[in-house]
Design a protein around this ligand. Structure first.
Ligand SMILES: Cc1cc2nc3c(=O)[nH]c(=O)nc-3n(C[C@H](O)[C@H](O)[C@H](O)COP(=O)(O)OP(=O)(O)OC[C@H]3O[C@@H](n4cnc5c(N)ncnc54)[C@H](O)[C@@H]3O)c2cc1C
Length: 424
């Protein structure tokens, strides 16, 4: 396929996530012909995926059609296609329908997926959270578990239906655990007749010694205490060694649970494999300081699919602001090259880390300034609303959150989507 007939410099961007979209925005008016390829037709705000999984927000509130986001940009062609490889010799991207897309400059921004540390067989029992489909699958599982419990007369089976295990206590695991606990404690009790949803067990299991390991010690301790206060059982220092349809095993303990959620490992997209480029253990491509792939000065890679050291020597974290900064940086390098200039190396600036624990509880680590509790929750909420795209979505999310805050009602409690393959 030769999509572009133009003689202008052709930039192919693979992935319209935080990094890829930012690169496309940054190239506005640069006089290049951009082709943006994504295997999904929407850009997804992953930080709020857990709110879809826990019935707080609808899918359309955190995702936008890519084509629409760039409809005003005559220099951008959006393609709905899956990339399966890169032929660097002939400067072509290979698409899943067998066609090839030529490029002058290539930007790989294909992100990452969850990984099961060599136990892929656990995935059907412990789905992770990365896409809208994952979120609606989890929402289906969580809501169906309560529905089945309502009809279950055997006390042990009912208890297993009302036990939710979350594996991994990073921000996503903490946010999921806190929200499921609040769903069971505050939102659902009035709606059921045969079960007392206050008896729901939410168990958060973490192999490391603390929750929110990326945050300062004091915020991590605060998060632990807050989770316990809202009814989450936190297990630290125990790795899960088995996941089945019946539950999990950790240490010497076997826990019967019908809903298990994976929030532990991450594996980069196969971008490094496509180019036979150096990668770390999680498959993240090791790029050069200007974010190009070693040996391929015309191929950039950004976001969750790469690893690069930050100013202190630690790897730049796999978070949205890092991917956006890299997208902007690469757009600047491409512009500079076309103008015959060179660019300084990429420098990451860390703005802070945020996590919500419950509907009035959050922690924020700005480095020297650390916030917790209700004030942190308000700042967390305002920051997330600010980063959403479009006035309608901002208003709709704000109203939903205020409704949950004031009335404990969650509007998206619908069992409508999600994969029936893994649903029970
Ligand atoms: C549940 C969850 C919660 C998170 N919470 C936070 C948070 O609170 N704060 C924060 O800063 N970060 C958070 N993150 C991390 C943040 O979302 C990522 O760091 C960010 O999305 C990385 O951007 P990216 O552009 O590298 O990849 P993504 O945003 O993942 O985009 C990758 C894009 O590439 C496309 N793609 C992948 N492979 C192909 C292919 N072969 N062909 C075509 N298209 C392809 C995908 O469809 C996707 O659109 C969270 C992530 C998750 C999963």
């Amino acid at each position: 396929m030769d999509v572009s007939t133009s003689s202008r410099h052709g930039v192919v961007i693979v992935g319209a996530g935080f990094g890829g979209l930012q690169a496309a925005f940054g190239l506005s008016g640069a006089g290049v012909e951009i082709t943006l390829v994504d295997r999904r037709n929407h850009h997804l705000f992953q930080p709020l995926l857990y709110q879809v999984a826990t019935a707080s927000l609808a899918t359309s509130e955190i995702a936008w059609p890519i084509r629409h986001l760039l409809s005003d940009r005559r220099d951008v062609t959006t393609l709905f296609a899956t990339v399966i490889g890169v032929d660097a010799d002939s400067k072509c991207v290979q698409l899943d329908d067998g066609s090839a897309l030529p490029y002058d400059t290539l930007v790989l921004a294909t992100g990452a997926r969850h990984a099961y540390f060599g136990h892929d067989e656990w995935e059907p029992f412990a789905p992770g959270l990365k896409t809208l489909e994952d979120a609606t699958t989890l929402r289906r599982r969580i809501l169906v578990a309560f529905e089945r419990a309502e009809r279950e007369s055997d006390p042990e089976r009912r208890a297993a239906l009302l036990t939710f295990v979350i594996i991994g206590a990073g921000p996503t695991g903490v946010e999921l655990a806190g929200t499921i606990a609040e769903l069971a404690q505050d939102t659902l009790p009035r709606d059921f007749r045969n079960i007392d949803t206050h008896k729901t067990r939410v168990v958060l299991i973490e192999a490391g010694p603390r929750v929110l390991a990326g945050f300062a010690d004091e915020l991590s301790t605060y998060a632990l205490n807050s989770l316990e206060k809202i009814g989450v059982e936190v297990v630290l220092g125990q790795a899960v060694t088995e996941c089945t349809a019946d539950g999990v095993v950790y240490g010497d303990n076997k826990l019967d649970a019908r809903t298990i959620i994976w929030a532990a490992g991450v594996r980069a997209s196969p971008a490094a494999e496509w180019l036979n480029a150096p990668a770390d253990r999680a498959g993240r491509l090791q790029v050069l300081p200007d974010l190009t792939v070693p040996g391929h000065p015309d191929i950039f890679a950004i976001g969750d699919t790469i690893t690069i050291a930050g100013p202190g020597g630690d790897p730049v974290p796999g978070i949205a602001p890092a991917a956006k900064q890299q997208g902007r940086y690469v757009a600047g390098v491409i512009r500079a090259r076309l103008a015959g200039r060179t660019s300084p190396p990429f420098r990451y600036k860390h703005a802070g880390s945020l996590a919500q624990i419950g509907k009035r509880l959050a922690v924020i680590d700005f480095g020297r300034i650390k916030l917790r509790g209700a004030l942190a929750w308000w700042i967390w909420g305002i920051a997330h609303i600010y980063f959403l795209i479009g006035v309608r979505n901002r208003l709709s999310v704000a109203i939903n959150w205020l409704w949950i805050y004031a009335r404990d009602q969650r509007a998206a409690r619908l069992i409508t989507q999600g994969s029936s393959k893994v649903g029970r």
